[in-house]
Design a protein around this ligand. Structure first.
Ligand code: SF4
Ligand code: SF4
Length: 389
């Protein structure tokens, strides 16, 4: 029998255990492979060597300020949704050395900052995070300044996306037109169906890896009917997300009315709701840290005890800190209300002016990981409801 060679736009079946061959093929090509795993009570990205590390049979329950994992033996390998980590953690890491200065004999010498050279492959990326990847590409690659460290990592990134079959109560990717179907920015995309995955090719690199699996006899062709059925899976989920209604005892499903949202927020900079939310907001910055599109950073210098070895580091920063808006005469955003307004208005309005897109992909992380359950969909709805005409 001839090995199965993937054709353009075709889907191929890969038996679930054969996903190990994909991990091995990526590793053999020099990639550091990461994928979702259960750790510290959540599904997070960790180095992935074995398919048995994947969170098979685990589901996540998410709501405002709430995240719990529970076992469900009927659940597949990827039926959890997004956890606190995203591609941002790898392409724009929380701490990164950008310069090192060493003093010897009273003279300072600059040493190149260590750079991560190994290409990265991430398995299990969802549609909302592919949309976030596009947003961060605009910021770091397509603006007036190209971030060379991001660019080096981004060019070598191999993405294995997964189409969602299930949404959390905090997900509203359907409102932001960012999901749940993976439609761009991936090398391969998997859809779990029974005991196998339908694999879709998204790039030449993806085709090359899949050809290698085909040569090893690990692929079987998907018939046209099967391919049609597989492709409806995320679209069926999208329909249920649009139709979701609150049920007793079940967390409220989220959606966000984006109609005229830019002008709605700009027209309501003095709305009393900003002060209401500020009474609850702890200004802890969790929402910005888990957000896959937030990109603010600061630069700090760290010296060893002798003071002869100094590293300049780029670190994630947050518009929720006072220092973020510090100027010669004090902080511009001196109150929590102004900081929350800055964050939400930049994300959902200013971003459109700056980058031609919303800064929100509807992943819901900021709702889940806010310790006091502040929910941006609720805040926008409250402003919309009570805004003067
Ligand atoms: S909205 Fe929530 S997560 Fe964000 S700073 Fe306020 S308390 Fe923290
Ligand atoms: S603002 Fe919240 S829902 Fe939107 S992308 Fe950021 S974390 Fe996700």
């Amino acid at each position: 029998m001839l090995p199965c060679t993937p054709a353009a736009d075709s889907l191929e079946w890969l038996a679930r255990p054969a996903l190990q061959a994909l991990i091995d093929a990526l590793t053999a090509r020099g990639h550091r492979v990461v994928g979702p795993q259960v750790a510290d009570g959540a599904v997070v990205y960790r180095d992935l060597a074995d398919v048995n590390q994947l969170p098979a049979g685990w589901l996540d329950e998410q709501d405002g300020g709430h995240y719990r994992l529970r076992r469900d033996d009927a659940a597949g390998w990827f039926d959890h949704v997004v956890g606190p980590h995203s591609l941002k953690n790898f392409l724009f890491p929380p701490r990164e050395p950008i310069q090192r200065l060493v003093r010897e004999d009273g003279t300072w010498r600059e040493e190149p900052a260590p750079q991560e050279q190994q290409p990265l492959a991430v398995i299990g990326v969802r549609a909302c995070d592919l949309a976030a990847l596009r947003v961060q590409d605009r910021v770091f690659l397509h603006g007036g300044h190209v971030d060379v460290a991001y660019q080096a990592r981004r060019e070598k990134l191999f993405v294995v996306a997964v189409n969602c079959r299930r949404a959390a109560a905090t997900c509203f990717c359907h409102s932001m037109k960012c999901g749940p179907a993976a439609t761009h920015s991936f090398d391969l995309a998997l859809t779990e169906a029974g005991n196998r995955f339908a694999v879709e090719i998204g790039s030449e690199r993806g085709r090359e890896i899949l050809s290698a699996l085909g040569t090893a006899g690990l692929l079987t062709p998907c018939t046209a009917d099967e391919a049609d059925r597989v492709r409806t899976i995320p679209h069926d989920l999208e329909r249920t997300m649009h139709a979701r209604v609150a049920e007793p005892g079940v967390p409220r499903p989220r959606s966000l009315d984006t109609d005229g949202i830019r002008d709605l927020l700009y027209d309501n900079l003095e709305h009393p709701r900003w002060r209401v939310v500020a009474d609850r907001c702890l200004s802890c910055a969790n929402c910005t840290l888990v957000c896959p599109t937030c990109f603010c950073s600061s630069v700090e210098e760290v010296a060893d005890l002798s003071g002869d070895d100094v590293t300049r580091e780029r670190r994630w920063a947050s518009c929720f800190t006072l220092a973020h808006s510090q100027m010669h005469s004090g902080a511009v955003h001196a109150t929590v209300a102004s900081r929350y307004r800055q964050w939400l208005t930049h994300k959902l309005a200013g971003w459109i002016d700056q980058f031609g897109t919303s800064g929100c992909t509807g992943c819901g992380r900021c709702i889940t990981w806010c310790p006091v359950a502040i929910d941006l969909t609720e805040e926008v709805a409250m402003i919309r409801e009570s805004a003067p005409p």
